[in-house]
Write a protein that binds this ligand. Structure first.
Ligand code: KIV
Ligand code: ZN
Length: 388
């Protein structure tokens, strides 16, 4: 039986922390509705105590979202939790996401405290939050660099205090996939009450490993992945939603599934990029402009014979515009013939041989050969043949 991985979208909270990406309430509401339509299980709508504007956004999102859980972030501080509860009070499914740093860096440098003091604050925060909702998620910030034995003590204690989800963030994106997977496996095997809660992956991308780490976490038993559209988030970003969802869909042997409507991935990526004013890198997996473009002659020839030779996902599966055969100086004859055909010129092999020499001269002089260039080449070729 396949097991569900809950998709926790934090585009509106961790994603929105990117400098220049701040969203107003109207923009947050529009995106929240789209995220719900996409099929995410949990929308982290904001950090209610951080500003009156964010409180208002979380409050309004709570009123309009009917199917997804709406979540608000807090520190392990009573006032934060009360304010979050107030912002979430109209939600059909409210979740409070509270937590505290558990690595020595956080315990010593940030809090000047001891492990036992942090443990006590963690338990207290979960208990406060449980006064307002049955759905409480605890995050052990910098869990990626937290000693496993201490982390297991914290996880056990917060579950006992009432946490229903425990988030194991690799806050600094430090872990390697096998290390992060081993951390989740350690907790699954050493926390006696772990079956009473879901473990969540929240991986940052400082070393470009966020997707790999999240998948490694899921393989080892985590059943929630925290992610953002286009991988937006602090510094190098968070795990990209579109990537983890498609890894899970492509690798059925993992025995996992999500509820995401994958055809919405490209349109929503564009909308988030425009709203947050952050362009998507062209080579970004799943949603980049080149994700389905083929430019070298060897690839184009294989692709034109059978798309699966060079594409493991079809563009319509993820709502992309379609595969593209791009003409550059590295392209081959079959691609040239294909592109001529697409604009109505059915040249035979001898024609293409002749045109290809002309094409290479043009292609060497520019980045890409475009439709007007092809039309010009076709006209010259046809008139030369008529004259001859
Ligand atoms: O990266 C992190 O640790 C976080 C927590 C607040 C969940 O974003
Ligand atoms: Zn984060």
């Amino acid at each position: 039986m396949e097991q569900k991985v809950h998709i926790f979208d934090t585009t509106l909270r961790d994603g929105e922390q990117v400098p220049g990406c701040k969203l107003n309430t109207k923009e947050k509401l529009t995106l929240a509705l789209k995220l719900e339509e996409l099929g995410v299980d949990i929308i982290e709508a904001g950090f209610p105590i951080s500003s009156p504007g964010d409180f208002e956004s979380v409050s309004q999102i709570s009123r309009i979202i009917k199917n997804a859980t709406v979540c608000g972030l807090t520190r392990a501080v009573q006032k934060d939790i009360e304010v979050a509860a107030e912002a979430l009070k109209y939600a059909v499914r409210p979740r409070i996401h509270t937590g505290i740093g558990t690595s020595d860096f956080h315990i010593k440098a940030k809090f000047n405290a001891t492990q036992d003091e942090i443990l006590a604050r963690a338990i207290q925060a979960v208990k406060w939050a449980r006064n307002f909702t049955d759905d409480v998620e605890f995050f052990a910030e910098d869990a990626g660099r937290t000693d496993d034995q201490y982390l297991a003590r914290v996880v056990e204690a917060v579950i006992k205090a009432g946490a229903t989800v425990v988030n194991i963030p690799d806050t600094t994106g430090y872990c390697l996939p096998h290390q992060y997977g081993a951390k989740i496996a350690y907790l699954m095997n050493n926390v006696p009450n772990v079956d009473k809660a879901i473990l969540a992956c929240h991986c940052h991308n400082d070393l470009g490993l966020a997707t790999a780490n999240s998948i490694s976490g899921a393989i080892n038993g985590a059943r929630q992945i925290e992610c953002t559209i286009n991988g937006l988030g602090e510094r190098a970003g968070n795990t990209s939603l579109e990537e983890v969802v498609m890894v899970i869909q492509q690798h059925k042997h993992l025995g996992l599934f999500t509820n995401i409507k994958t055809q919405m991935l490209n349109p929503l990526s564009r909308e988030v990029s425009e709203t947050m004013r952050v362009p998507v890198q062209p080579n970004k997996a799943i949603v980049g402009a080149n994700a389905f473009s083929h430019s070298s002659g060897i690839h184009q020839d294989g692709f034109l014979k059978n798309a699966q030779t060079y594409e493991i996902i079809s563009p319509d599966q993820v709502g992309a515009d379609g595969s593209k055969i791009v003409l550059t100086a590295r392209s081959g004859r079959s691609a040239l013939a294909y592109r001529f055909q697409k604009i109505g010129y059915d040249f035979n092999r001898d024609d293409i041989d002749a045109l290809y020499q002309q094409f290479l001269i043009v292609a060497d002089g520019q980045k890409e050969v475009l439709e007007p260039d092809l039309i010009e080449m076709a006209k010259v070729h046809l008139s030369a043949n008529v004259t001859a």
